[in-house]
Design a protein around this ligand. Structure first.
Ligand code: AMP
Ligand code: MG
Length: 328
């Protein structure tokens, strides 16, 4: 079976095509980059409108498949920015009607875990999902993925972006902070905010800005923010592993591209004799292939949606969506 997946929850418009073996036959993505400030949802959606036709063509060409060979069209139904989600859903509905193929709704967070699961071969991992808008620790239990812990305020990536822009930098902040952190030499005291398996970042944002106003360098701030924030994420992941008695952890989301975070999670897992896995960066960030793959799993489990009912769900919670392919 070959499935085409549409991703458009935030700044990335992406089309992926996968087969039954989770082979990524074609993947074409284009990221909206605001010239100043953060993401404006409507402008991001306008960007997606412009690029989607070309992305569909590119993905089909890269996969060497014709539309006739696509057996289902999957799309990210939520969570995400309403205007962006609607654009992707409109593309998916159009292709579904045009090609007379079933439409399969996919939860974006579940897609991050499913692509990591199949690529790693790890059957039942904990997922640390660290992206722009989302920061969650998830694991499977009784028919669905459960959110064990999450951010109580902003997502880790949004925090990094906001911080970097307020220090005079540009979006996206995460990769720039990673680079600047390599030049940092002093660990500055920042609020370490872990509440059980939840985390919060807004105190660290304010404290960093105050330190900067008092002369702290961007390099030392970047280093200190990385060490503090990624320690918090590693701690809640460790707690989830221990409480749920899982044997492995997988990473997902744009912030999971970060080498320091990958290394910290790996060494935590190794110290507990657990396994950790981080997908290649192209499949860690938002991408259509993970939507296509999760769509394929869902389709096999009987999940489809009529076009007339395929409404997007900007606030769709991971734990409100069944994962019937896991129940067997
Ligand atoms: P996503 O929402 O999953 O598409 O991820 C986007 C977020 O990932 C943005 O907030 C970026 O700043 C962040 N990001 C991307 N690469 C890195 C990196 N190497 N280190 C930290 N954050 C990153
Ligand atoms: Mg994501």
């Amino acid at each position: 079976m070959v499935v085409l997946g549409i991703e458009s929850t935030a700044h990335t418009a992406s089309v992926g095509i996968v087969d039954e073996n989770a082979e990524v036959l074609g993947l074409a993505s284009d990221m909206y980059r605001p010239s100043t400030g953060g993401i404006h949802p409507r402008e991001a959606a306008n960007h997606h409108v412009d690029v989607f036709p070309g992305l569909v063509e590119h993905a089909l060409a890269a996969a060497h498949v014709s539309p006739r060979e696509i057996e289902a069209v999957a799309f990210a139904q939520g969570p995400g920015l309403g205007p962006c989600l609607r654009t992707g859903a409109t593309v998916a509905r159009t292709l579904s009607l045009l090609w007379r193929r079933p439409l399969v709704p996919v939860n974006h967070c579940v897609a991050h875990i499913e692509i990591a699961r199949v690529l790693s071969g790890l059957d039942d991992p904990v997922l640390l999902y660290a992206s722009g808008g989302n920061t969650q620790v998830m694991a499977y239990g009784s028919g669905r993925y459960r959110v064990l812990g999450e951010t109580l305020d902003v997502g880790i990536g949004n925090f990094l972006d906001k911080l970097w822009i307020s220090l005079g930098g540009q979006f996206p902040g995460g990769p720039a902070i990673e680079k600047a952190a390599l030049e940092g030499v002093e660990l500055l005291p920042l609020p370490y905010s872990v509440h059980g398996m939840d985390v919060a970042f807004s105190g660290m944002l304010t404290a960093s800005q105050v330190l900067h106003a008092h002369g702290a360098s961007r390099e030392n701030l970047a280093y200190s923010v990385e060490v503090t924030a990624y320690s918090m994420l590693t701690e809640i992941t460790e707690r989830a592993l221990a409480h749920r008695q899982k044997e492995s952890v997988v990473l997902g989301g744009g912030v999971a591209c970060n080498e320091r975070l990958r290394t910290m999670v790996r060494s935590m897992a190794e110290s507990r004799a657990k396994t950790s896995y981080a997908p290649a960066k192209s499949l860690c960030v938002d991408n259509g292939a993970m939507i296509a793959w999760t769509g394929l799993l869902a389709f096999h489990a009987g999940v489809t949606v009529p076009v007339a009912e395929s409404i997007v769900q900007p606030r769709q919670r991971t734990d409100l969506v069944a994962a019937p392919w896991r129940t067997g």
